[in-house]
Write a protein that binds this ligand. Structure first.
Ligand SMILES: *Cc1c(COP(=O)(O)O)cnc(C)c1O
Length: 384
């Protein structure tokens, strides 16, 4: 066995051929393929509007703007998180309120979230950690009760279900990432989905300089030279090259999910009853995308910590990652967070133990067996 990388993209002949067709078509940027991808994605998600964007981070930014977030507004986000939601809130001079997570799922702790709500709180940006949906019934009740908006950062959750409802369709707006390592990959890319026409229109307009909706058509034979800037916008649009990739990946999405589920089942079976590690708890009313397969090392029963565990795996040719370095640990973010680190007991616990294992459709069984063998071996050699 040579090496098992943390991730390999799942790109085949069809993606290459569809991208080639775009390159030969004479139309490279946002155009007919982008429109087709949006239509197919909205059908798949069963939502009224899917708006393609150049990344999930940009989609989150436009969503926050669509919700009318202003300077000084407080928006709740989980501590175990990527940088995106924190940064887009700073773009708008809003205040990110970072809340601790649940140890078993890695998702935001709803009771602690409730305690963080005050008069300035306007909404929340949830993360379905690793693809496991948050406690949506409780969160939706709380949001209704307090008049808060919900944006779902569904970067991990394509596809994922909470009681038969698709992750990304339960709040006001859902944002997806098509970054290279995500479950649908276009290299870079994202999508915002919503049933609300007003939010959809605002996102459509602001993703391209604040120009009226179908501005891209002005370069086609359907368009005219005239356009009007209606508000402050951004250069956040997708291209037809990305959309062509996305259309093929969307067709393969269910198949790729089935394969990740199979890999997850094999990991769960192999680690069952092992006292040196836990796997992520997926509550029975939810289906995870298995974008990540996080394990939590029971460091009390080991002579080595999480970092050494990762280094030994690396020496043996196995790539892993950590999701995530908690937001309050980043030097730039620290100065915006009022709480002391003690408020983040569960996030610290989670961070000290978490390792994300390789899980992707192109991973072979013998590659996974090599990962499993080595983890079991490390647990045996370094157990207390
Ligand atoms: C990947 C990721 C993002 C950012 O996605 P981009 O498309 O790279 O902007 C945001 N949030 C979470 C939770 C992510 O994992």
């Amino acid at each position: 066995m040579s090496k098992v990388p943390f991730h390999k993209p799942c790109i085949g002949k069809e993606e290459i051929s569809e991208v080639t067709k775009v390159l030969e078509s004479g139309w490279l940027t946002m155009g007919p393929k982008t429109v087709e991808f949006e239509e197919e994605f909205s059908k798949y998600m069963n939502v009224e509007n899917a708006i393609s964007i150049n990344s999930c981070t940009s989609a989150l930014h436009l969503s926050v703007r669509a919700m009318g977030v202003r300077e000084g507004d407080e928006i709740i986000i989980p501590a175990i998180n990527f940088a995106s939601s924190f940064e887009v809130l700073l773009y708008e001079r809003a205040t990110p309120v970072v809340v601790d997570v649940d140890k078993k799922t890695g998702n935001i702790d709803v009771l602690k979230m409730e305690k963080a709500i005050n008069k300035k709180t306007k909404g929340m940006i949830l993360v379905h950690y690793g693809g496991c949906p948050c406690d949506m019934d409780q969160i939706i009740d709380l949001a209704k009760d307090k008049g808060l908006f919900i944006i779902e950062d569904s970067a991990h959750a394509l596809p994922a279900y909470y009681k038969k409802r698709k992750a990304g369709t339960m709040g006001e707006i859902g944002c997806f990432s098509f970054y290279a390592t995500k479950t649908l990959a276009t290299g870079e890319g994202g999508m915002a989905v919503t049933d609300n026409e007003e939010y959809a229109d605002r996102i459509r307009i602001t993703r391209l300089h604040g120009i009226s909706k179908d501005a891209w058509k002005r370069y086609s034979d359907k368009g005219t030279w005239h356009y009007d800037i209606k508000e402050l916008g951004y250069k956040y649009n997708m291209t037809d090259i990305q959309a062509a990739l996305g259309l093929v990946q969307l067709k393969k999405l269910e198949w790729m999910w089935e394969r990740r589920k199979e890999i997850a089942r094999r990991y769960i079976k192999a680690f069952k009853g092992l006292p040196q590690l836990y796997t992520q708890h997926i509550p029975e009313d939810r289906e995870t995308s298995w974008h990540l397969f996080p394990i939590l090392i029971e460091i009390e029963s080991m002579k080595i910590g999480r970092n050494e565990f990762i280094n030994i795996l690396k020496e043996r040719g196995i790539g892993t990652s950590v999701h995530f370095i908690p937001l309050y640990r980043h030097s730039y973010f620290k100065k915006f967070i009022k709480n002391s680190i003690k408020e983040y007991w569960n996030s610290e616990w989670f961070y000290e133990r978490e390792i994300s294992l390789p899980i992707y459709p192109t991973m072979e069984n013998d590659e996974q067996d090599y990962v499993i063998e080595n983890i079991l071996d490390i647990c045996k050699i370094w157990k207390k």
